[in-house]
Design a protein around this ligand. Structure first.
Ligand SMILES: [Zn+2]
Ligand SMILES: [Zn+2]
Length: 184
């Protein structure tokens, strides 16, 4: 198998260039599964199991996933954290910055956006009548909340998303900044 891999990928390099320093085999690293790639914007940690020529590496993640890709997207746990490595392409600083922010947006602005959303009083959930549209999340209740993007949800799902989940509109994925009571 080793010979076959060498044939396919060339000789395994000693190191590859990661986002915040050199990466060697067996090193603890993290990568971000960005929203742009269809991910959840979270950081995943794992171990480098293979290095390739053309600066690629394979990671075995702690959750059992594997990934092979450009080492420039890989952050060593020994190097400076992503927030400190200024100028890394395509990498917004970690920690509460909503995805979709323009690159290099001032952190102060990001902190304003990530302040807790004020929820209006949540009415008790009412199942929608058969001729009414239902909340797109639970598909049961009337939509009695409207977000700043114009999408509507039931109060229960709005509260859940804002307080326990990612705080994004489940329809268009914009960060929720405003919630208004909607009366049908
Ligand atoms: Zn709902
Ligand atoms: Zn929306």
């Amino acid at each position: 198998m080793g010979a076959c891999e060498s044939f396919l990928y060339g000789k395994e390099p000693e190191t590859v260039n990661g986002a915040n320093g050199q990466i060697t085999k067996g090193m603890r690293v993290q990568t971000q599964y960005t929203i742009a790639e269809g991910g959840d914007g979270r950081w995943y940690m794992g171990k480098v199991t293979r290095l390739y020529g053309n600066n690629r590496c394979r990671i075995y993640y702690d959750d059992g996933d594997t990934w092979t890709g450009n080492a420039m997207e890989v952050y060593s746990m020994q190097g400076p954290p992503p927030s400190a490595s200024a100028g890394a392409p395509g990498m917004p600083p970690v920690g509460g910055v909503p995805m979709g922010m323009p690159m290099g947006a001032p952190v102060v602005q990001a902190m304003v956006v990530s302040q807790p959303v004020k929820l209006p009083p949540i009415p008790s959930p009412t199942p929608a009548d058969s001729n009414e549209n239902t909340c797109p999340v639970c598909q049961v209740n009337k939509m009695d909340m409207v977000l700043q993007c114009g999408h509507r949800l039931c109060g229960n799902c709005t509260k859940d998303i804002v307080e326990k989940r990612n705080g994004q509109c489940p329809v268009c994925r914009v960060q929720i900044t405003q919630v208004i009571r909607s009366y049908n």
